[in-house]
Design a protein around this ligand. Sequence first.
Ligand SMILES: [Zn+2]
Length: 340
Amino acid sequence: MRMTFRRLIGDLSVLGVVGGLTACGGGNESVGPNAVAAAPTAMSGVLRVGTAVEVASGESGEKIDGAVFTVNGREYTSSQGQITLTEAVALTSEVRIVAPGMLERRTLLREPRAPRFALWPQTSTSGMDEAYTRAIVYSHPEGAGPLRRLSRGTTHVAVVPSEDLRGEEEMAAHREAAERVTAASGGQVVYTVETQRPASGVYVETRLARENDDLCAGHNILAFEQDFIRSAETVRAVIVYCDPKSARTAVVSHEMGHTFGLYHSPDSKELMYAFFDGHGAVDFGARESLEMRLMLQRPGGNQFPDDDRSVGATGAGGTHVIVCPGSAPPGESGSRPTAR
Ligand SMILES: [Zn+2]
């Protein structure tokens, strides 16, 4: 079963390439700390002796004891969620944090004052584990890749259905999707359905497929989602419904999950399941929601398991496509969906 799933994902990458997929890799300039919206600050460039550094869980916010924090070859162990620097450390020094139950964090010291590191849990009571995180956050159609997310600082996303999707059922499905993705993000990003593109900010346009939408030609493709990426983060997206019925079901919510940055879930009981046909889960589950909230604590370009040392501020742009089939292609040996 697993082999089949992997092979299908591999096959979908063919479509992605045809669609003009560009990897959203990182550059060299460092930007953005764990605290998502914090602007880069021009400070003295050194953290002084005695600076307190906090280590906490990205899920619960609870302080973590016994985390081993390494900077400049010096190890500190957190007590009551804190370590205190015993020597000065230059900003942008590399940091490694190993803590029980958490993914190993590799990053740069970017916060000059009261730095705080929120760690990504390995597992949680939501059922999330490392393999799940890898699948839903880091599995691009073309293979393992960096975390992809809404442009940092985004608190509102306007969803703009095209004229042919303004029917009652379609609009209701879009409003429902907007509410679900908003709730799943913990209200940190509010999606609203609009009838006009906003003058600024992130927006998602949705429309029915046109004849030249080759990505719809594969086996039972319900929809595809395309991101426009700047500095490894999504600035706008388009959802295309290959099957008009998809615009009236929870497929809209599934596609909205892609605009947020989620990939596909391996779990057939979840909204982000790879072969979601609109009749399974109609809402994001606890672990999908947890992954979303953790993603907001990281810059786009973060690498699995949890490394943002090479995240770039500029240059990494392009488009990115996720194709969503409603069922597996026929034939165990994998008849390849074709984009032509
Ligand atoms: Zn999908």
